[in-house]
Design a protein around this ligand. Structure first.
Ligand code: ATP
Ligand code: MG
Length: 450
């Protein structure tokens, strides 16, 4: 809305259109005219307007009916009804149905100017509000990127250095490592921070739905396309487009995607109007794209286009120093959100967490702490409330595995030395009594005794 607003006038009387258009043009607005509701719909297919002046009584489709259509197509469009003194009731009805205001015939040019400025001021405010909301959210997101490890320190440095630029970034890492947060952090630190951050989970759509999600579609482009819909490309204007799970994009869409990223313009599905784009692209994947390329399921050219800068987010098990910091961070958050007086994690619980392998990474840790806060009693989180506690006891029987090794080793030595107890004990570094005890404990038998 940096340029002066674009306005359409819909009225069947030419003299009304011409006089209104004359004043608006003198005020510096771009104005188009339509002599019927049907003609207006055609105009609206070609371009967007900030304001529409709409006559109520027209042959064919009347203003009230057109109002309904307009609101479905573009809820941000401000509609001002044009009405004669005798039909103010209808104008009021139109306002109940969402018209912005009404204008009485004959027109007062001063009144029109004030009205338009008020509407445009309104639209600007709404837009700025959106941007502010987005800014506050991105700032919160950055603060929520918690870490104390050297490995993540490197990731932070990369975030800061790429944020300044407009280059494509490909974020790799296992599920739940924080790739989404990294993408948001890059955007929040970038000069585009005041514009939208638009994420698309490419894995969540079929090829056809992904197409309309990204490109948007014109009204009637296919069965079910009842309204015009802006795609994610368009919504990301000025900001950042985050292609999450980009490894899941099908081969055909990969071609289309590459084309848009190269040419920086596109057409809505079913549309003929070229839309120029200005956004930065960040992609993420937990798939091994190099392997996908060699298997023929991912295009190499698209990979190069996305992977100008690569950021790898290491799995949690490779940065265990982060576990206590993250655990405390999540504990604080869930205690507050769930309104529970928990503020400590027991020594044993920490030990369990440090031993655990975290296949689900930070997300798993987040869920584990949430669960512990929910089921926990008292101020402290104990080891037993961790979801993997029981499992780990059963699956990683460390005591027994050492014993198993000891048993196997003793058998080996005894057999090598033909069950000579004195020499075996000496080789094992234990005294004979201890060796006898082990033989008894493990139920070992000399082959000849069996
Ligand atoms: N460093 C961090 N500090 C705080 N929270 C984090 C951190 N890393 C990850 N998280 C949290 O862990 C969860 C998983 O993070 P995110 O969704 O960014 O992971 P992802 O790598 O995108 O996972 P997926 O591959 O499954 O999409 C989120 O709730 C996120 O807020
Ligand atoms: Mg993610």
């Amino acid at each position: 809305m940096k340029k002066k607003a674009r306005i359409a006038i819909v009225d069947d009387e030419e003299i009304v259109r011409e006089s209104l258009a004359g004043w608006l043009q003198m005020d510096g607005y771009e104005v188009d005219q339509a002599s019927s509701a049907e003609a207006a719909l055609e105009l609206l297919k070609a371009r967007r307007y900030n304001i529409i002046f709409l006559d109520i009584k027209m042959p064919g489709m009347d203003g009230i009916e057109l109002l309904g259509h307009l609101q479905q197509d573009d809820p941000e469009l401000a509609v001002v009804m044009i009405t004669a003194f005798g039909s103010i009731d209808t104008a009021v009805l139109a306002m109940k149905r969402g018209a912005h205001d009404y204008l009485l015939k004959p027109f007062d040019p001063a009144e029109i100017s004030v009205l338009i400025e008020r509407i445009i001021g309104h639209q600007k405010l709404a837009e700025e509000n959106e941007i502010l909301k987005e800014q506050v959210q991105s700032r919160q997101r950055l603060e929520s990127l918690v870490s104390g490890s050297a490995a993540m320190e490197k990731v932070f440095e990369l975030i800061l250095s790429v944020a300044e630029t407009d280059t494509s970034v490909l974020i790799t890492g296992e599920t739940g490592t924080g790739k989404g947060l990294v993408a948001k952090a890059i955007h929040a630190q970038s000069p585009r921070a005041a514009c939208p951050f638009i994420a698309v989970n490419c894995g969540a759509f079929t090829e056809h739905l992904l197409e309309s999600e990204l490109f948007g579609h014109e009204k009637g482009a296919f069965t079910g396309a009842v309204h015009l819909r802006k795609g994610r490309f368009e919504l990301a204007q000025g900001g950042t487009l985050f292609l999450d799970e980009v490894g899941e994009v099908g081969m055909k869409m990969q071609i289309d995607l590459l084309k848009v990223l190269d040419e920086k313009h596109f057409y809505r599905v079913g549309g003929s109007q070229r839309i120029d784009l200005d956004f930065r692209v960040i992609a993420a994947t937990n798939r091994n794209l190099a392997q996908a390329i060699s298997e023929g399921s991912f295009r190499q050219d698209l990979f190069y286009r996305l992977n100008v800068i690569a950021i790898h987010v290491p799995p949690l098990r490779e940065r265990k120093e982060d576990i206590p910091i993250l655990a405390k961070h999540f504990l604080k958050r869930f205690a507050r959100e769930l309104n529970k007086p928990v503020d400590k994690i027991s020594r044993e619980a920490f030990d369990e967490m440090m031993l655990h392998d975290w296949p689900g990474n930070v997300r798993e840790l987040e869920n584990a702490i949430e669960r512990s806060v929910v089921i926990g009693q008292g101020r402290e989180i104990g080891a037993t409330s961790l979801p993997f506690y029981q499992q780990e006891q059963a699956y990683v029987p460390q005591d027994r595995s050492i014993q198993e090794m000891e048993k196997a080793h003793i058998i080996e030595v005894l057999e090598d030395l033909s069950w000579n107890i004195t020499r075996s004990a000496a080789l094992l570094g234990i005294d004979r009594v201890t060796l006898y005890n082990r033989i008894k404990k493990y139920g070992l038998k000399k082959p000849s005794d069996q």
